[in-house]
Structure formats: structure tokens, C-alpha cells
Ligand binder design. Structure first.
Ligand SMILES: [Zn+2]
Length: 63
């Protein structure tokens, strides 16, 4: 499962997101809702979920 790292160009918030195949949705920063984000290839995503960062942190209930 491809997990990509993104960094927001507006507030510099870094976050991870699961992206399936090349079907990349419109990514928005979970912190400021900006769509001006940069994708970074994450080598860590190939080493398993043992780094402390967690995809369960995905946005599912912003206020
Ligand atoms: Zn942001």
C-alpha cells in the first residue's frame, strides 16, 4: 500500500496519505485545508508501520 508524504506549502504541515495506484485524489492539507501541497516520496513507508507515524491519523472528523 503506497503511503505518500506530503508537505503543505501554506503552513508547512507534513502529513501522510494513502494513495491507491496512480489514482491520486485532490489532496488537501488536514491542518489548513490548503490544496497547495507537495508530494514527497517516503522511503519509510516501505519499512513497515514501526516508525511511530500512523496512517490512522488520517482526517476523518475535522471540526
Ligand atoms: Zn497547511
Amino acid at each position: 500500500m503506497p503511503i505518500f508524504e506530503y508537505q503543505c506549502n501554506t503552513c508547512s504541515h507534513e502529513f501522510e496519505k494513502l494513495v491507491f495506484a496512480s489514482d491520486e485524489p485532490d489532496i488537501a492539507c488536514p491542518a489548513c485545508d490548503s490544496h497547495d501541497v507537495t508530494k514527497k516520496m517516503s522511503a519509510a513507508s516501505f519499512m513497515g508501520p514501526s516508525m511511530g507515524t500512523c496512517a490512522a491519523d488520517a482526517p476523518k472528523g475535522f471540526s
